[in-house]
Design a protein around this ligand. Structure first.
Ligand code: PGA
Length: 249
């Protein structure tokens, strides 16, 4: 399965910074064509600029969130169809920062993923346990529950990516060990196959949480790791491109 390396820029970057970042990534892609799929997810207000900048380049652009409804009176929100209309291919849903700061639960995440599918987008469904849940030995149980609750009936291998992001590893510099990642990705793959049958084999499983230029090579070779969702390191073009080049192909 071809790897996907996705950069989640979160709420970072003014226009000039973001355009400099995208130009640097374009130059790297022109220098050596990536052997994996490369996605950047800028803040929504910068998507149009990012999209125009990557025209004709293998780098694709995605959103960081969408609303569960197709349109309507939802002040401040963005519909999946609007992201698709601007040329986005993917949208992240259920990131732990959205679950924490916007009280999004599994059912809402599933509804957002369904909205993404209706708009023709690939939904990157995020899940992951807290430090407390891991200490209690409940990590596998928590993520399988989140997976079952966050996948809509429309999910299949082509329109859905699952990102395992242990909350304690996000933005902390504490990275899960390859052994921890292997265990959870194994469990998630089995659960995907049990929910989606043969389609479950085709869903890409990303690891996210303090992925950086130094640890990417090893993490990207863990069984059932089909790519990475990268936060902090995606804002540094050299580091992000080192991760892109570390992907097996
Ligand atoms: P991080 O973020 O790489 O900065 O830990 C990952 C994410 O939140 O997607």
């Amino acid at each position: 399965m071809k790897s996907l390396i996705a950069g989640n820029w979160k709420m970072n970057g003014l226009r000039a910074d973001s355009m400099a970042l995208i130009e640097a990534l374009k130059a790297k892609a022109a220098g050596s064509a990536p052997g994996c799929d490369v996605l950047v997810c800028p803040p929504s207000i910068l998507i149009a600029n990012a999209m125009a900048a990557v025209a004709g380049n293998p780098i694709t652009v995605g959103g960081q969130d969408c609303h569960a409804e197709d349109k309507g009176a939802f002040t401040g929100d963005i519909a999946a169809a609007m992201l698709a209309d601007f040329g986005c291919s993917h949208v992240i849903v259920g990131h732990s920062e959205r679950r924490r700061d916007h009280a999004e639960n599994d059912a809402q995440v599933a509804a957002k993923a369904a909205a993404a599918h209706r708009a023709g987008l690939v939904a990157i469904v995020c899940l992951g346990e807290s430090a407390e849940e891991r200490e209690q030995g409940r990590a596998a149980q928590v993520v399988t529950g989140q997976l079952a609750g966050s996948l809509p009936p429309s999910a299949n291998g082509a329109n859905t990516v699952v990102a395992y992001e242990p909350i304690w590893a996000i933005g902390t510099g504490k990275v899960a060990t390859p052994g921890d990642v292997a265990e959870i990705h194994d469990v998630l793959r089995a659960e995907l196959v049990s929910i989606l049958e043969s389609q479950g084999e085709a869903v890409r499983l990303l690891y996210g949480g303090s992925v950086n230029a130094a640890n990417a090579h090893e993490l990207l070779r863990v069984p059932h790791v089909n790519g990475a969702l990268v936060g902090g390191a995606s804002l540094k073009p050299d580091d992000f491109w080192t991760i892109v080049e570390a992907a097996p192909h």
